[in-house]
Design a protein around this ligand. Sequence first.
Ligand SMILES: C[S@@+](CC[C@H](N)C(=O)[O-])C[C@H]1O[C@@H](n2cnc3c(N)ncnc32)[C@H](O)[C@@H]1O
Length: 302
Amino acid sequence: MSQVEELSLKKEYENLSVRREKYLEDIKKIIIDSKSSLEGNSFYVHGTLNIYSDLYNKQINLFWCGKQAVTKICEIGFNAGHSSMLLLLGNNNTSLDFTIFDIGHHAYTKPCLKYIKSEFQNINFEYIEGDSTINMPKWIKSNNKYLGKYDVVHVDGGHSEHCISNDLKNTHLLVKNGGIVIIDDTNVAHINYHVDKYISTGQYKELNILKTHGYPHRIIQKIKINQVYLNTKYSWQNDTIIFLDNGKMNAFGQGTYTQQDTYKYQANFGGRIHDLIFNDDYTKFISTRQDDNLIVKCKLIL
Ligand SMILES: C[S@@+](CC[C@H](N)C(=O)[O-])C[C@H]1O[C@@H](n2cnc3c(N)ncnc32)[C@H](O)[C@@H]1O
């Protein structure tokens, strides 16, 4: 981001300070009433209501990301709604779907969500309470029309290795080509490692908006690369196959594949050659086995 763009973004953010301060004060009252200590967020020192000025750039980044959303935002880890508020603050779209996954362990989470809903009445919120590693795959399965449709996903739920690997895997399914993923707390080594891993697949590039301090985050953008989902199961009759990196695949033992055209692949497994034709979002394909023309219809398993 150029200096001119940065200045103009910060000015826009500051022009909204009256509205923002009102939200912060109202949310603070709810937290105090709940008598619970506030978990880490985009404004305060973890466990307190003391403003953490190092988080300023993070606020601006979330504000910027929210402005990029056209139809759909997802947040894993709502907590007291501070980052949701920032994502929505500068977005002037008249209707937006906002999907939230949170385990709901904090007494203030639901009242804060009620408050955010009342302040952003044009937004269509959906709150899915429970462990995101269990609920996201379930939700995606019953809402598979939203695969690859999300403009922005904020990944800020559980921070364990299990949570981050699953949350990123599910986020990858939801985010559209060109969509943005914000991953919080990349000071945690295993979280940072997963971000590097996604970038190294070539399917994401890093967006350097403003450098973040305190509890830093990273922002990556999905690149349209027109290829199969890697490391994700596709059905194969009553079994599954997986396309790996470097043209290898797990398909009843080790196999190989090559991409021949945008949607056309050839796979060699089980000692036989298969011609695969994918649909335009790579969630389905039809396989024709070369020696006997056996046709198998396959789809991504969620
Ligand atoms: C660090 S806080 C999120 C802060 C918020 N995004 C912000 O910046 O204001 C993490 C949130 O994730 C939730 N959480 C923790 N583990 C989770 C899990 N396994 N599934 C879903 N949510 C989880 C916590 O309850 C908490 O609300």
